[in-house]
Write a protein that binds this ligand. Structure first.
Ligand SMILES: [Zn+2]
Length: 172
């Protein structure tokens, strides 16, 4: 094959590869990333450069809202610290604005822990009546002190953001 033809073929392959990569990236994005990008409508409550808040479309209470970082991370431990800072102040504002005296701030990670969308999100759920809002089952146990000590943290958490938190802060 001539060098010019070969270069042309390589260029076509590179362009095709870029398009396939972009398409795969788009397809892999979470529903919340699509809401951030404006591809899916939402009932927006608050937005800034880092954070978006909107009404939950399957609310368990009136004014049940979600607060999400614009940075995509599926679980909390995957979200860099610099993207965490604005989330709770916004959740606090929403709680105040909801007018509810009682409310829950909930953040789930993984299907077993009731996470339905793989993009970090905080729920702000007003608790306006016993039947409305979050209903928690709390299977508390009463272990002996020695048992507690066996499962305690090593206490060697290093808050070095460059380190993998699961390695720098481990449980026995
Ligand atoms: Zn996402």
């Amino acid at each position: 094959m001539e060098a010019a033809a070969c270069r042309k073929l390589a260029l076509v392959a590179a362009v095709l590869c870029t398009h396939v990569y972009s398409w795969l990236k788009l397809a892999a994005r979470s529903i919340f990333c699509k809401i951030i990008a404006g591809q899916i409508p939402s009932m927006k409550l608050y937005e800034d450069d880092e954070v978006l808040a909107f009404l939950d479309i399957g609310p368990i209470a009136k004014r049940h809202a979600l607060v999400i970082p614009k940075y995509h991370a599926a679980k909390l431990h995957e979200l860099p610290d610099e993207h965490l800072g604005r989330l709770l102040p916004v959740a606090k504002r929403l709680a105040l604005a909801s007018g509810a005296d009682e409310y829950n701030i909930l953040q789930n990670n993984g299907r077993g822990a009731h996470q339905q969308v793989d993009h970090v999100h905080f729920h702000m759920i007003p608790k306006t009546s016993p039947k409305e809002g979050l209903i928690i089952e709390w299977p508390a146990t009463q272990p002996e002190r020695e048992e507690l000590q066996k499962v305690s943290w090593r206490g060697d958490c290093t808050w070095d953001t460059s380190a993998d938190p699961r390695r720098s802060c481990t449980a026995r």
